[in-house]
Ligand binder design. Structure first.
Ligand SMILES: NC(=O)c1ccc[n+]([C@@H]2O[C@H](COP(=O)([O-])OP(=O)(O)OC[C@H]3O[C@@H](n4cnc5c(N)ncnc54)[C@H](OP(=O)(O)O)[C@@H]3O)[C@@H](O)[C@H]2O)c1
Length: 352
């Protein structure tokens, strides 16, 4: 007998990740989107604020009301700014929903680390032990069993996936990892700001929040710590690049011993990601390009060895709005619902 389709709501449906969730979920074979919520952009028809959905979805955008969500949905995605998400997630969990939170509010397990990096006491620290970090390639079984997924950040996804197999196999040392990642401007969300205005981003590139000040730094360290047992300290430099979507992350780590080859790393990564529908490991000599994953839930990882320096150059590309946010959230939802992990997410990127 066919399973009934799960009813899905999106809170924060008018933003970039909300729009991407809608694009993916409207094509998903085993769910129905039943309700959309936002704060200010309320409208009788979603296509007023997301014209790309004209003719595809006629739902209204309504003010968030947890009781209303509970009546109309089994699963809720919260695509809200950090800080604003906590009360929403709390209210939905209390009403028995399964929740996937795209903000950073439930990603860091330690409330004091959250306070240090996000500048406020966590409003629901008792929930933190319940939240599972939604990187399926690392926590697949825990995601299947939880009611609350903290969907990873875009930089942490692109920056940790290539390192996971190498650290797990002891091929590289965790002590002096350096990460440099380029992001497209949609990573900053839909609200216009001078720093993301086209004339000030269209033809230039700039670093920001360097030298251990970007909020994704402790998240990256937490993920790597899950593999090696204790969180390492990393140097992370983000760069705003003149593209709409995409992250290219390059990680440098000392080889654990002489003679570790690219071929061995690629073979190890292929073993590690066997059965992961969203990660492709590139052949030695192939360097990943954000254009190969644009619009898809795929991550591509590649490796090179700098034998002179005794370091690996590991590389990962994702679309920040898909594998870096909404697609990864849908991947986790599939696991929570007992569906095939890649359901609704199998398409290739839009090249070029
Ligand atoms: N953009 C990315 O690449 C990316 C990647 C990974 C994770 N994330 C995370 O995902 C979340 C959403 O990001 P986004 O880029 O989609 O943001 P966005 O484009 O700015 O959209 C934010 C959404 O939240 C609603 N909202 C804003 N402030 C609110 C408040 N105080 N209370 C309730 N609702 C509020 C907005 O509704 P109105 O339009 O009605 O104000 C809008 O629907 C953020 O936490 C972000 O850090 C983003």
């Amino acid at each position: 007998m066919e399973r009934p389709r799960a009813r899905v709501a999106i809170v924060g449906a008018t933003g970039y990740t909300g729009a991407e969730l809608l694009r993916l979920l409207l094509q998903h074979p085993s769910v129905t989107v039943t309700a959309l919520y936002a704060r200010e952009k309320l409208t009788p028809r979603v296509s007023t604020v997301l014209p790309a959905l004209t003719g595809l979805c006629d739902l209204p955008i309504e003010p968030f009301d947890a009781d209303d969500v509970a009546r109309r949905a089994d699963v809720a995605f919260c695509a809200l700014p950090h800080g604003a998400s906590i009360a929403c997630v709390e209210a939905l969990l209390a009403r028995g929903l399964r929740v996937l939170d795209l903000s950073a509010d439930f990603r860091l397990r330690d409330a004091s680390v959250y306070k240090t990096w996000y500048g406020a006491e966590h409003a629901a620290p008792a929930r933190l032990p319940e939240a599972v970090y939604g990187l399926p390639e690392l926590h697949r079984e825990k995601i299947r069993a939880t009611r609350l997924v903290a969907v990873p950040g875009c930089y942490p996804t692109a920056s940790t996936l290539p390192l996971l197999p190498l650290l797990a196999a002891g091929m590289v040392r965790p002590e002096r990892i350096v990460i440099h990642a380029l992001s497209g401007v949609s990573g900053a969300g839909r609200t216009p700001a001078p720093s993301t205005h086209f004339p000030e981003t269209g033809e230039g590139a700039r670093n920001y929040k360097v030298a251990g000040t970007h909020r994704h730094t402790p998240e990256i360290e937490q993920v790597l710590g899950d593999v090696i047992g204790a969180a390492p300290t990393v140097t992370f430099t983000p760069t705003l690049a003149p593209m709409t979507r995409g992250i290219l992350s390059t990680q440098y780590a000392d080889l654990a011993r002489e003679g570790v080859t690219v071929e061995a790393m690629v073979a190890e990564a292929r073993r590690y990601f066997a059965g992961s529908p969203s990660v492709a490991v590139l052949d030695p000599g192939v360097l990943p390009d954000t254009l190969w994953v644009r619009g898809s839930n795929r991550a591509m990882v590649g490796y090179a060895v700098d034998a002179r320096a005794g370091r690996v150059v590991a590389m990962g590309v994702i679309d920040n709005l898909v594998k870096g946010a909404s697609g990864q959230a849908v991947q986790c939802m599939n696991l929570m619902l007992g569906e095939d992990e890649g359901e609704g997410l199998r398409g290739a990127g839009m090249f070029p």
